[in-house]
Design a protein around this ligand. Structure first.
Ligand SMILES: *Cc1c(COP(=O)(O)O)cnc(C)c1O
Length: 362
């Protein structure tokens, strides 16, 4: 029995041809492919400035630095996310403040309000699993309290809330093109911003602080994207809409077929792009559930078994913090395959396996 993988990057002849074109040009570093990738990606985010970098983590880090978030500032983040979210805050010299999540696995606006202190500078919602965070309420809180909104959109290319695409809400947003994300460039990230000065600062930061060569204005990094990666990303971007639609169709099939587990909820007005299709298995031992699915040839992922505020690296920023909804999600969640390569038979096998394991009372 062939196991259905939890995730599967789709790399085809078009990507190979694009890489070959760059290799033949002999110009491998940041160049025309990166510039075109930035222009093309901006169509996804309401025409905002796009600045390509070498990873989603760099995109978050540069966005914070460019928005002048740093030492003495607190940034409210979810704990139920990949560690890169809070890591970027720490790397910028600021302090992550962890807040609990809502029914959609994203920052709970009430928890955010309760976490605000005189030192709060920014809120960093994560559009986890491809579901947009409650940006309507978070935007209202941010503007009422004079706070910056910086979106972690690493998992949510083309997700939207009430028609506004993620990346289109905050002063800045960060996307990732890691291979398991909804589109890839190999490794890579994109900073998105509507603010001219933030855009300029990110361009400086990614290139040693230079706008004009050898006239360095600030101390910066080398977080550039190569033309090889951008060429892959450009091809993938042309396929994103089709892949997203397929993820949504696959999710609808799973929604209709699964019994005995809690299927993912979608907020009113939300366009979910199903980076992950994440179920909850309350009353079951999650590890046993995962093992039994694996025995039936269904790959799964657990994102994330340890919430950020309990990680050895980040716990020092969370002394005395208790996030009951986060802890429960970390114990109950598992993600089923939803990627666009699944066949109808694959979906049928996933549904049969989950229903059987749920019924057996793992
Ligand atoms: C993947 C991811 C990142 C980091 O992206 P990289 O490209 O791997 O650096 C940040 N935040 C979240 C929520 C992610 O899933």
């Amino acid at each position: 029995m062939i196991t259905i993988p939890a995730a599967k990057p789709i790399i085809g002849d078009d990507e190979r041809a694009a890489v070959d074109r760059v290799l033949q040009s002999g110009m491998l570093a940041q160049g025309p492919e990166v510039a075109s990738f930035e222009t093309e990606f901006s169509e996804l985010v309401a025409g905002r400035h796009c600045i390509a970098v070498n990873s989603g983590t760099s995109a978050l880090h540069m966005a914070l630095l460019a928005a002048a978030v740093g030492p003495g500032d607190e940034v409210i983040v979810p704990s139920f996310t990949f560690a890169a979210t809070a890591n970027s805050v720490v790397l910028a010299g600021a302090t992550p403040v962890f807040a609990d999540i809502d029914d959609f696995f994203c920052l709970d606006p009430d928890a955010v309000e309760a976490a605000i202190t005189p030192r709060t500078r920014a809120i960093m919602p994560v559009h986890l699993y491809g579901h947009p965070a409650a940006m309507d309420r978070l935007s209202a809180i941010a503007s009422a309290r004079g706070l910056l909104l910086i979106e972690d959109a690493a998992q949510a290319h083309a997700a939207a809330l009430a028609g506004t695409p993620v990346g289109g809400f905050g002063i800045a947003a960060a996307f990732s093109f890691y291979p398991t994300k909804n589109m890839t460039s190999g490794e890579g990230g994109m900073v998105v911003t509507a603010d001219d000065e933030v855009a300029r600062q990110v361009r400086l930061l990614r290139n040693q602080g230079m706008e004009v060569r050898y006239h360095n204005e600030i101390v910066g990094f080398n977080t550039r994207m190569t033309d090889i990666h951008a060429a892959i990303g450009r091809v993938q971007l042309t396929k994103l809409a089709g892949w997203t639609a397929q993820r949504q169709v696959n999710a609808a099939v799973l929604d209709a077929g699964l019994h005995g587990v809690k299927i993912p909820k979608v907020a009113p007005g939300a366009t979910h792009v199903y980076h992950q299709y994440t179920i909850r298995v309350p009353g079951h031992d999650r590890e046993t559930f995962v093992e039994q699915l694996s025995g039936r040839g269904v790959g799964t992922g657990v994102f994330y078994p340890v919430p950020n505020h309990e990680l050895p690296s980040l716990a020092p920023y969370a002394v005395g913090v208790d996030l009951p909804r986060t802890s429960l999600a970390a114990a109950e969640c598992l993600s089923l395959p939803v990627h666009p390569s699944l066949s109808a038979q694959d979906l049928e096998r996933i549904i049969e396996a989950v229903n059987a394991v749920a019924k057996a009372g793992a």
